[in-house]
Design a protein around this ligand. Structure first.
Ligand code: MSP
Length: 642
C-alpha cells in the first residue's frame, strides 16, 4: 500500500488573556473544515492548535485579576480546550506553550540559532507596546501612539539578545517572489513584500531581562533572560508535530500550512520564515490569511461590549448552522460583519428553503411512492444528463475552491447543484408522473434526487459534520470518512444502492423566526412602499446595508430582456460579482465599463431571467433621466460606504 499524501494545518496558538470569541471560533472552525475536507480527499491530516501562555500581556492580565500567570493560563487554556469540541473542531494536538515538551523545543531551537551565529547581545531603546508585545520604531507610531491599540507605548532601553533577521530580508523577498502561492490571498503577499521592501527590517529583539519579566522560557545560553513570546509561540507549530526531526515532523512538514488572520501577518510571514531559515529548516508550505469579523462594522472589543460569544451562538442556533453561516458569509481574506439577522436569513434561505425543503420533499415522495426504500432507476434521459453535468461542474468547482480556502465561493458552487435539484423536481413533476402511471420515469427521478442528495451531504460534511452524517443516515448510507473520497464522486453517478432504507421524513433545517423587531421593520417597509413615502427607520436598520464601491469590469445586454443589463463588478472579492440591473434604456453598455459605482452588496442572491445577480447598483433619477451613483474620487473596489 502506498503511503497517503499528507496535509497539515495550524490555527494560531491563542493568548490566554481572553476567553474564546467569534474570531478564535472562526479560525478554528474553518481549520477543522479544511482538515475534514482533506481527509475526504484521501489525505492523512494533522491539525495543531493551542494556547500562547507566556509574556508581558499574560503576566499583566494575571496581575490585574489578582491570580498567578500559571493559574490564568490553566483556566483559560482549559476553556479553549473545552470550546473546541463544542465548535465541532477535532484537533490532533493541543499545545500549551508552558508545557515541558514545548519548553524543550524552544530551548533546542534557540541554542541552534545561537550556535549558528544568528543571535547577538546588544543594547536597544524603543517604544514598547505591551498589547502587541513588541517594540515600535518612531516611524511606525501614529501620532505617538501604537497603531493597533491607540495607546502611548513605553520607551524602554535595555540590553537584550537579538536575532539577525535583517540578514535574511533579501533572501526572503526573493523566496516570496519565486513562490507566488507561499502567502495567500495575494493582497497579504503584497503586504509582506512591502514590509520587506521598505528597507526597514531590523533585527528582532528576542529576549526580555528577568529583572522586568520572568514569565517566559529561559534562554539556554543566559539564565538572566527569558525568550520573547513570539519566538516561543511560533515554535508551537513544530512541538505539535513532536518536534523537529521526529517521524511525524518529517512526514507532515513538507505539506504544512498555517492559518491566521491579518493581525499577525508579520510574525508569520517575516519572523517565522527567517527563523526557520536560520535554523537550517525548510519553510512551511503555505500561509493562509483571513480578514476580521466586525460587529456592525466596528472592531469587537471588550470595552465596547460587542464581543460575540461563539458558545452562545452554538447553543442558540446549533453548531452546524453557525459553521455554515461563518463560512458562507465571509469571503476569505476580506473583513465581514457579523449579525444574528444575517445568520437567520442564511439559515432560512439556504438551509431551510433551498436544501431542507428539497430534502424533506424527496423523502416524503420516496415514502409515498416507494415505502421509503430507494427505487432502482430506469434509464437516464436528457433531463438527468443535464443535471449530471451540472452536478459534476458544481462538485469540481467546490473541491477546487475549498482546497484554496475559498469557502464561500465553494458553498455557492454547491448551491448551484441544490438549486438545480429544486428546478429538476419542479420540471420533472414526480407527482404528475405518478398520476400518469409513468413508473419508470418516476423511479428514475426519485432515484436521481436521492443519489444527488447523497453527494450533497458528503460534500457538506467538512462544513456541517453533524447534519451531513444525519442526512447520510436518513438516506440509508453507511459513512466512514476513512473509506470516503470526494474525488470518486466525480467519477460517476448511481452510488446510492437501490433498496437503501430511507427515513420517512426529516426536519433537519427548520425555518427560524426573525426576531420581532425585524418583522416589524419589514411591515413598516411594506407600508412605506404602499404610501410612496419613506418611513423613518432606525439607525441600526440603516447599518444593515452593506454599501460598497465597485468598479464595472464588463457590461452586456441581457440575452432575453431588453430592459436589463448584466454587469461584472469588482468589489475587491475573490471573483467579480454578477449584477443584473434594469437600466438598459438609459445607457450604452460600452459607456459603462471601467466606471465606479455604488453597490448594495448584502442582498440575497437572485436569478433575474436566468442570470444570477448578487447585488444592486444605486441610481438617482429625476425628470432629466437617470444616473448611476459613483464615489466623488477613485476608491479601491470593495471600499465601504457609510
Ligand atoms: N498568540 C498569538 C498568536 C501566536 S501564533 C504562533 C495571537 N493570539 S490571539 O489570541 O490574539 O489570536 C489571534 C487570532 O485570533 C487571529 O489571527 C485570528 O485567527 C483570530 N481572531 C481574533 N480576532 C479576530 C476577529 N475579529 N476576526 C477573525 N479572526 C480574529 O495573536
Amino acid at each position: 500500500m502506498t503511503a497517503k499524501k499528507t496535509f497539515a494545518l495550524t490555527t494560531p496558538i491563542f493568548y490566554v488573556n481572553a476567553k474564546p470569541h467569534l474570531g478564535h471560533a472562526y479560525t478554528s472552525s474553518i481549520a477543522d473544515s479544511m482538515v475534514r475536507f482533506q481527509r475526504l480527499m484521501g489525505k492523512e491530516v494533522s491539525l495543531v492548535t493551542g494556547t500562547d501562555e507566556h509574556g508581558d500581556k499574560i503576566a499583566q492580565a494575571a496581575e490585574k485579576q489578582g491570580v498567578t500567570p500559571q493559574k490564568l493560563a490553566d483556566d483559560v487554556s482549559a476553556l479553549f480546550q473545552e470550546t473546541m469540541p463544542r465548535l465541532g473542531v477535532q484537533f490532533s494536538r493541543f499545545i500549551r506553550t508552558t508545557s515541558a515538551e514545548h519548553k524543550a523545543t524552544v530551548q533546542k531551537f534557540l541554542q541552534k540559532v545561537y550556535d549558528n551565529g544568528d543571535i547577538y547581545f546588544g543594547e536597544y531603546g524603543g517604544h514598547y507596546c505591551t498589547g502587541c508585545e513588541r517594540f515600535y520604531t518612531e516611524k511606525e507610531l501614529e501620532n505617538g501612539l501604537c497603531p493597533q491599540h491607540l495607546v502611548a507605548p513605553q520607551y524602554i532601553s535595555e540590553k537584550n539578545y537579538f536575532f539577525r533577521m535583517s540578514k535574511y530580508a533579501d533572501w526572503l523577498k526573493q523566496y516570496i517572489l519565486d513562490n507566488p502561492d507561499f502567502i495567500q490571498p495575494e493582497r497579504y503577499r503584497t503586504e509582506a513584500l512591502a514590509l520587506l521592501e521598505s528597507g526597514e527590517l531590523e533585527d528582532l529583539c528576542i529576549s526580555r531581562p528577568k529583572s522586568r519579566l520572568t514569565w517566559g522560557i529561559d534562554l539556554p545560553f543566559d539564565k538572566d533572560y527569558v525568550c520573547y513570546v513570539w519566538f516561543d509561540a511560533l515554535l508551537a507549530y513544530t512541538t505539535g508535530l513532536d518536534g523537529v526531526g521526529s517521524e511525524k515532523f518529517n512526514k507532515f512538514w513538507p505539506n504544512q500550512q498555517h492559518l491566521i488572520a491579518k493581525d499577525i501577518l508579520k510574525p508569520h510571514a517575516i519572523f517565522w520564515p527567517t527563523m526557520l531559515k536560520s535554523a537550517g529548516l525548510d519553510l512551511y508550505h503555505r500561509l493562509n490569511v483571513h480578514g476580521y469579523w466586525l460587529v456592525r462594522d466596528t472592531k469587537m472589543s471588550k470595552s465596547l461590549g460587542n464581543v460575540v460569544d461563539p458558545l452562545h451562538m452554538v447553543t442558540t442556533y446549533g453548531v452546524d448552522v453557525f459553521r455554515y453561516f461563518i463560512m458562507r458569509e465571509m469571503h476569505f481574506g476580506n473583513d465581514s460583519s457579523f449579525t444574528e439577522d444575517a445568520l437567520i436569513a442564511r439559515q432560512n434561505s439556504d438551509l431551510a428553503n433551498d436544501l431542507g425543503n428539497l430534502y424533506s420533499r424527496v423523502l416524503s415522495m420516496a415514502a409515498k411512492y416507494y415505502n421509503s426504500s430507494a427505487p432502482a432507476p430506469a434509464s437516464y434521459g436528457d433531463r438527468e444528463k443535464a443535471l449530471q453535468d451540472l452536478a459534476l461542474e458544481s462538485m469540481r468547482n467546490y473541491q477546487s475552491l475549498f482546497d484554496n480556502f475559498k469557502f464561500s465561493a465553494a458553498l455557492e458552487s454547491l448551491w448551484e447543484l441544490v438549486r438545480g435539484l429544486n428546478k429538476y423536481v419542479d420540471v420533472a413533476a414526480p407527482w404528475a408522473l405518478h398520476k400518469e402511471g409513468k413508473s419508470d420515469e418516476l423511479a428514475t427521478v426519485v432515484y436521481t434526487l436521492l443519489d444527488m442528495l447523497r453527494k450533497v451531504a458528503l460534500h457538506l460534511w467538512p462544513v456541517m459534520p453533524g447534519s451531513a452524517e444525519k442526512m447520510l443516515e436518513q438516506l440509508g448510507q453507511a459513512f466512514d470518512p476513512a473509506q470516503t473520497n470526494l474525488a470518486d464522486e466525480l467519477g460517476g453517478f448511481g452510488q446510492l444502492k437501490p433498496g437503501a432504507k430511507l427515513a420517512a421524513s426529516s426536519n433537519l433545517f427548520p425555518r427560524l423566526e426573525m426576531p420581532k423587531a425585524e418583522e416589524e421593520a419589514k411591515d413598516a417597509g411594506k407600508a412605506a412602499k404602499e404610501s410612496q413615502t419613506a418611513a423613518t427607520i432606525e439607525f441600526e436598520d440603516f447599518q444593515k446595508l452593506d454599501l460598497r464601491v465597485g468598479t464595472i469590469l464588463s457590461v452586456e445586454k441581457h440575452p432575453d430582456a431588453d430592459k436589463l443589463l448584466c454587469f461584472k463588478v469588482d468589489l475587491g472579492e475573490d471573483k467579480p460579482r454578477s449584477i443584473v440591473s434594469g437600466i438598459a434604456e438609459y445607457f450604452k453598455p460600452e459607456d459603462l465599463a471601467g466606471k465606479q459605482v455604488v453597490v448594495v452588496a448584502n442582498l440575497p442572491f437572485r436569478k433575474i431571467r436566468k442570470v444570477e445577480s448578487q447585488g444592486m447598483l444605486l441610481t438617482a433619477e429625476d425628470e432629466k433621466g437617470l444616473t448611476l451613483l459613483t464615489p466623488g474620487a477613485y476608491k479601491a473596489p470593495g471600499s465601504k460606504i457609510s
